[in-house]
Design a protein around this ligand. Structure first.
Ligand code: PRP
Length: 180
């Protein structure tokens, strides 16, 4: 797998530091509260696992899964909920955990859903933010690991064709791999 990677942009050591830094901020910001962490499957799994262990608070962990079909324009972006919560988040402080925020369409749909269900607060923690990819307004993650440019990145949860999620780092995939 490593042979398909052009370069590493976030090392496993940097990811560990990110989780520690964000975990401390979250711990301070939510002191005295109980948060519900909602990991978005599948990509968030490694980040969710690492981040939650750096949060020194009583937390609850839940998971949702959405799939998006991105068309040419923002109006054609459809998000389907493939796995919903079986837990009532009404009145809860919710923190959505994502591997990457790109167009923002997935989070827009999830946030709207959680707000409609009466969440007390909804914030976003993401390992990677790709601001140049944004197609919807108003999606501003509070907790960001690091920003990435417009490259095709894989690893630490992020896939290409369902592969590379198990890399310990985030890297740029060689073009020859996805242009085959
Ligand atoms: C990826 C990623 C985010 C979403 C970000 O998920 O994990 O959830 O896309 O893109 P957006 O900001 O443009 O909506 P994907 O739907 O590929 O599923 P996965 O997590 O199973 O890889």
């Amino acid at each position: 797998m490593n042979k398909d990677i052009e370069s590493i942009i976030v090392t496993s050591e940097e990811i560990a530091e990110i989780c520690k830094r964000l975990g401390q901020r979250i711990t301070n910001d939510y002191k005295g509260k109980e948060i519900v962490l909602i990991g978005l499957l599948n990509g968030s799994v490694p980040f969710m696992a690492s981040l939650m262990m750096e949060i020194d608070l009583p937390i609850q962990t839940e998971y949702m899964q959405a799939s998006s079909y991105h068309g040419g324009t923002s109006s054609s972006m459809l998000v389907q909920i493939k796995k919903d919560l079986d837990y009532n988040i009404s009145g809860k402080d919710v923190l959505i955990v994502e591997d990457i925020v790109d167009t923002g369409a997935t989070l827009q749909a999830i946030i709207e859903l959680l707000n409609n269900r009466g969440a007390k607060s909804v914030e976003i923690a993401c390992l990677l933010d790709k601001p140049t990819g944004r197609k919807v307004q108003g999606i501003n993650p509070k907790y960001i690991g690091t920003e990435v440019g417009n490259q095709f990145v894989v690893g630490f949860g992020l896939d290409y064709d369902e592969r590379y999620r198990n890399l310990k780092y985030v890297g740029i995939l060689k073009q020859e791999v996805y242009k085959k």
